[in-house]
Design a protein around this ligand. Structure first.
Ligand SMILES: [Zn+2]
Length: 394
């Protein structure tokens, strides 16, 4: 069996940091972790990786990507050219790109061909990050995303229930509901509330009975509050999170994915992105910043959600999202927990997000310690997925 031993390394295991540790990988699993001074006998037969002066972490988990989009400035144009076959091809390329940046698992929150790509990666046909696909997103008739081919329009609690069942039948391992308007759909507001509480409740009840988590796209304050109350597992964007909603999220354990890379992709490229999207994004930046601070104060648990695939928001941006979350007030250690263990819990994948015996050997080795300097994430020295080494990319 293929085996390697990482010696004398600083280890962030998904929860805390310890020094002078050793980690043994046999096959696709971590089989031992402990003080390097007590290196196990099996390590003698394994190949050696020098961890001295370096930091080992679990592979990063990006809980919000769109693998069938490359992040073109003209989002609508990219969407118009999309087909299931092209979506699957783009998804395999983009899943690989995530892997090269140390992102070993992604959740695809709306795509065409992405379920098939996820399957091909799992079967080992093509290399790439693990993919937890949501299939097509659920939106109201005329709602956010209705015009880009990765969402289905559905109205009424019974129809929502049917749509959830159909996406799961097609292979979805998560469900995405679009609970408010959005920035990238022309002709609609970003903050209006779309689904009714009954529709959201039906989606959550049905998805949970199948053991699938629910992600709600929600920008406006009412939509965020309504999604939390309906019992969704994560609120994506959450740009208008009130103090009351933040408290409720903390109490319920609802995860928050602030998608700071999506905001930056638009406001930093105003000349290239369509005016309607720039105007909406600019009007929400202050709200987003205040909401992030409020959520941190309330103790809301966060995840890494880039929304990669939106304009100028490249796949493999997981490190940039965590760096941005720290720039907006989170500690580097909390950001690393968000990007690893919290993501695994949200995605309901029990054997990733930590470095411990029995867990998948999804690992990243950095020259510097990202729990002290989060920018270390930009330069992974070595990446493994399921014990197999991947060449890091730029
Ligand atoms: Zn999205």
């Amino acid at each position: 069996m293929r085996a390697f031993y990482i010696s004398d390394v600083t280890l962030f295991d998904g929860a805390r940091v310890r020094r002078r540790r050793g980690v043994l990988v046999e096959g696709d699993r971590v089989t031992w972790e402990g003080p390097h001074a007590r290196v196990p006998r099996e390590a003698a037969a394994a190949s050696a990786v020098d961890g001295h002066g370096r930091t080992l972490t679990p592979g990063l988990i990006d809980c919000h990507v769109h693998l069938c989009f490359d992040g073109a400035a003209d989002f609508a144009g990219e969407a118009a050219a999309l087909s299931p076959a092209l979506g699957a091809i783009k998804a395999t390329v983009n899943a690989r790109r995530n892997l090269e940046h140390g992102v070993t698992t992604v959740r695809d929150l709306g795509g065409l061909g992405t379920i098939e790509a996820a399957r091909a990666i799992e079967e080992g046909r093509v290399p790439g990050a693990r993919v937890v696909p949501a299939g097509r997103a659920l939106t109201i008739t005329g709602g956010h995303g209705h015009n880009i081919g990765i969402a289905r329009e559905v109205d009424g609690a019974d129809a929502v229930r049917t749509a959830v069942r159909e996406e799961i039948r097609a292979g979805a391992n998560a469900i995405k509901v679009v609970a408010t308007g959005g920035v990238l759909t022309p002709g609609i507001g970003a903050t209006f509330t779309s689904f009714t509480p009954e529709e959201l409740g039906a989606a959550v009840d049905e998805a949970h009975s199948w053991g699938r988590g629910v992600a709600a796209h929600a920008i406006g304050a009412e939509g965020v509050a309504q999604a939390v109350r309906a019992g969704v597992d994560s609120v994506e964007h959450a740009m208008q999170t009130t103090t009351v909603a933040a408290r409720e999220m903390a109490e319920r354990g609802t995860f928050r994915g602030p998608t700071l890379c999506a905001i930056a992709g638009i406001v930093d490229h105003q000349e290239a992105v369509p005016d309607y999207a720039v105007e909406k994004a600019l009007s929400l930046v202050d709200d987003a910043r205040r909401s992030h601070a409020r959520a941190l104060r309330a103790g809301v648990r966060h995840v890494c959600s880039t929304d990669a695939g939106t304009p100028f928001n490249r796949h493999g941006n997981g490190p940039e999202e965590l760096i941005a979350m720290v720039a907006w007030g989170m500690s580097p250690l909390a950001a690393m927990v968000a990007g690893t263990a919290n993501g695994a819990e949200l995605l309901r994948v029990p054997d990733i997000g930590r470095v411990a015996p029995g867990f998948a050997a999804d690992l990243v080795l950095y020259e510097a310690d990202p729990t002290e300097d989060i920018e270390a994430l930009r330069a992974p020295a070595m990446v493994w997925k399921g014990g197999i080494r991947v060449r890091p990319g730029r």
